[in-house]
Structure formats: structure tokens, C-alpha cells
Design a protein around this ligand. Sequence first.
Ligand code: S3P
Length: 464
Amino acid sequence: MTPSSRATEPAAPVSTPASNPASRQPRFVVAPGGTLRGQLRVPGDKSISHRAIMLGAIADGVTEISGFLEGADALATLAAFRAMGVVIDGPDRGRVRVMGAGLEGLRDPGLALAMGNSGTSMRLLSGLLSGQRFATTLTGDASLSRRPMRRVTEPLRAMGAEIETTSAGTAPLVVRPVANLHGIHYRMPVASAQVKSSLLLAGLYATGETCVTEPAPTRDHTERMLTAFGYPLERTPGRVCLHGGGRLRAIPIAVPADISSAAFFLVGASIAPGSELLLQGVGLNPTRIGVINILRAMGADIGVEGLREEGAEPVADLRVRPAPLRGIEIPADQVPLAIDEFPALFIAAACAEGETLLTGAEELRVKESDRIAVMAEGLTALGIRAEVLPDGIRIVGRGQRPDVFTGGRVHSHDDHRIAMSFAMAALRASGPVEIEDCANVDTSFPGFAALAAGAGLGIVEEAA
Ligand code: S3P
């Protein structure tokens, strides 16, 4: 099957698997079977790591970050602010010190800012940069350069920003200085935390009030962190407003472990008999816990221990044991709350009794890959029946049998979450699972293979 994009705001066509030997990447080879056991802490939350750098850079004072994700995406954000003159120490084992330059303290980087694979960097920065006195160009890798950017550039233009995209509405983005940004009241057509955050960051530099209304709840890390930095926000259900011209005061930020990275282990320990994992310090922001809600609805055994508040975010340890899973119709209200975890959830669905149906998830088609098409392709290659729908997928689970997947070769299409999801499938496969194009695992989960191997997954990372 050829991956395609049918979202309302189409991305350019998805690339075919890398067949050019010059573009060889690391690959995973995962032995069949095994269990996941022990305690582990997955790396820091990607969304929060980005925001800690961004808000720290424009705050007054020094922001001390711990638990920062040293993955390529968050490092792209860090490098961008360094290029704009912000003094940043680290990262050193998750510790970063950002010497805030204040709201008006960023400097012309004098070169294009490379965002790599990171949609969050590009979309949030396009808002923040719209309010600066210098022009910037934002570039991305092949995958990011196919992703839709009009969702941010159109409302930013409505605020008075000057931003150019390609004729396809994609990066590179050129953001030019304007005399004045003005606040708008914007009703987002898609539930996107990146769009919401981009407009709020532009709103810091705008005259008057900027309000964003969302069609469904999306992650609210920007709102929580702005509040923690002392910036006044007005929040009502489904809507957030702020006035430009305030100040941010630096605070220490402890970044929780990323629930999106924990998701692979939640699924792995749920499907592999004999497993028991304790995932430490996982961020449990209510706008991110769809993966737990959905897995529990499928019958998963996930316990929440030691729930606490760290910084502006709820955090807990998650204890996961295997359980018989059943297929479900995924509730519509959980879709935005689990948007990054569907590749892992599809692996769980294949191990469930009966069918799992996902609809209303067209956004998956414009992530780092077309995650519906690419997951269906990989599931099919491993012997699972999966029907692609315009806005979702139907997966026929194979239930309690030990060998749910056949083993075989799948392509991640340069998408980190696809690669890690299929690594977990090997726990219930009859043969080795080989996963191609794994370089981008480093964007969100550096050290994944070593951590997973330590917990019992038979994974070997073969160098390019
Ligand atoms: C993110 C928001 C989500 C998510 C992405 C990170 C963020 O994207 O998929 O991985 O940090 O704001 P959308 O805003 O496009 O839904």
C-alpha cells in the first residue's frame, strides 16, 4: 500500500522508503518473544522541554531546567535560541540553564534556523518570531518540509504577521518583522496545541487581547507554563486569552518523563505475558492521558502510584502488568488526548480480542509520517488485517494467541513513533521484526534501544 494523505489540510506526498544506499540509516532487529520487567524512567517530555527553552529564553532571570529531553527535536529549539543570542548552559544529563533575555532580548540569528524533524519547534517559533524586530527563515528536514504550515501562518497573518511559505503552504518559512501585531479571537478548525501555542506566543507581542478557542481539549503545557512564569492568562473551558506586553519571570522547571515515550512500554508490558514494569515520574497532564484511558478501556492493568505535582504538571509512577485486551471503538473525546500514541495503541489493538475501530483521527495523516497508512502497511506486513479509513483505521485483533505477528520487515518512513511501536510488536511475534529507517528515534527518545533491551526486549540496533 502506498501511504497517502487525505487530511483536510493536505501535506505533500509521503516519501517512499529509503532505498538509496547513500541514505542508509540505523535499523532495529528485534527477537521474538520476551518480557519487560523492572523499573525505568523514560526521557523527559518533548512538548514541555521545547516550551521550557522558549519561555526561559524570553523570561527575565535564569530558568534552571532538569529532566530536559536531549533529543534532536528539543535540541533544535535550544540551538535556535542560542543562535538568537540567548546564553544557555548545557544540556548536561538533563540539566539546562537558560539566561533569559527578556521579551525583547532576542537577536537576529543572521542565518536560517534549522528545525530538523520538529513540527513543534517550527510551529511555535513561527508565532514567537512574528513579534520580533528581525527577519528569520525556518527550515526543516524532508518530513517537516512536507507538513502543513498554513494552520499557523493564516491566523498569524490575521494578527498582522508577515510570513511566507512555499506555494504548497509548507516550509521553509520566512518570517519578517512588522510594525505591529494585534490580538485576534481565533477559533481553531483543528484541535492543535501547536497552533494554539503559536498564537499565544505571538499574542505576547501583540497589542490587545489574543484568544484561542479549541474544538476539543489539546495539551495545555503552554498555558500552565505561562502561568507558572507569572504571565496572566484567562482560561475558561475550551478557550484561553492573554494580553500582550506582560513579563515572564524565570522559575525552575522539572520536566516529567514523557507519557508519549512511556506509551511504548505501557503497550509492551500489557501484551507480553510475564511482564511487570514500573515507569517512573511520568507526566499525567489530563490533556495527555488518552493512552491510559484507551488501554484501560481495552482491559489493560495500569496502576497509578505516588501521584504528585511537579512544577505545573501532575506526575506519577505507572505500574503495568499484562492483561487480556479486547478491541474497542475508540471514544471520539480521547482522540486528541492520545494523538501521538496511536501507533503504539495499534500494536495493542492487534493483540486484542475482536476489532478496534478508530475514526475522527485524520490528523494522524499529517504527523511525522501518514501514521494511518504507514501503520497499516507495517501491520499488514506482519500478518495483521487492517483496513485504512479516510480518518482512521479498523484493526482485526488476534487475541490471546502467543504469536500475534508473523515477524518480518517494516519501514518506519522516518517516523520515530512508528519505529518504536513495531519494536514492541516483536514481544508477540513468531519471528524477528526488522525495522528500517530508525535514525529519527533520536528526535524524541535517545537511548530507546538500550533502555528497552535493559527491560528485556530482544532489540539490537544495527548501525547504518
Ligand atoms: C505538540 C502537539 C501535537 C503533538 C506533537 C506535539 C505540542 O501536535 O502531536 O507531537 O508540543 O504542542 P498538534 O498540535 O499538531 O496536534
